[in-house]
Design a protein around this ligand. Structure first.
Ligand code: HEC
Length: 198
């Protein structure tokens, strides 16, 4: 099993929704690959591009929804679009699939498997958390860390600060929600892009 921790530049200091982060995910120089690592390099390129596209589409939906409906309306939009947008992110590419995961999930469908958990636990010790590749048989998993920004606190911060309406909509849509109590800079979770390579 291969386990690469690729050095990411300090530029990605955790700005999830800003263009700087998307660029740093993409314009990294692909390291000179040995033959055995070639497939992991292409998985890295595909993973970076797909994760970037998903962050842009989810981030755009989230910002628009927050502006028009505040956190309560945005939760409803999120609930309807987050899973389909995530599933669609890799949909047009054969052998590519995408999910989001976290050590503390809001939607239990995003729960980590054993490999996800191990990767997230390692990322949580890194400052800033690093893009991570894991090879599992024919599949290379690309993990893009998601770091908590000020904006995220509206729905993932201290529940005592939430408006009552938000607390109640979260409780009804996500009775198993554990994704609160975060602070800016914490690791929130990761986008995982699976790239199948025979
Ligand atoms: C308007 C409220 C809201 C805001 C703001 C928000 N989220 Fe979420 N988040 C949600 C909801 C609702 C879900 C569950 C969506 C689903 O069904 O997959 C979720 C799920 C997630 C997940 C998937 C794992 C899980 O817990 O199920 C991640 C990762 C995540 N959010 C990260 C972020 C980050 C990073 C930010 C800030 C950029 C952010 N969220 C801002 C409401 C929000």
């Amino acid at each position: 099993m291969n386990f690469f921790l690729r050095g990411n530049s300090a530029r990605n200091g955790g700005i999830l929704l800003a263009a700087a982060c998307f660029l740093s995910a993409c314009d990294r120089v692909v390291p000179e690959a040995k033959d055995s690592e070639l497939s992991d390099s292409s998985a890295e390129l595909i993973g970076a591009a797909v994760a970037k596209a998903l962050m842009e589409s989810l981030g755009g939906q989230l910002k628009g929804a927050l502006e028009s409906g505040g956190p309560v309306g945005a939760v409803e939009v999120c609930q309807q679009v987050a899973m389909p947008l995530t599933a669609a992110a890799g949909g047009s590419l054969e052998g590519v699939s995408v999910r989001r995961t976290s050590l503390k999930t809001r939607n239990p469908m995003n729960a980590p498997d054993a490999v996800d958990r191990e990767v997230l636990e390692t990322m949580a010790t890194q400052s800033p958390p690093q893009v991570t590749l894991r090879r599992e048989g024919e599949v290379t998993r690309y993990y893009q860390p998601l770091v908590v920004q000020e904006l995220c606190l509206k729905c993932h911060g201290n529940p005592a600060t939430f408006p009552a309406e938000l607390t109640s909509v979260l409780a009804s849509l996500y009775p198993e929600d554990t994704a609160t109590g975060y602070a800016v800079g914490d690791l929130r979770g990761a986008i995982r892009v699976d790239v199948k390579q025979p």
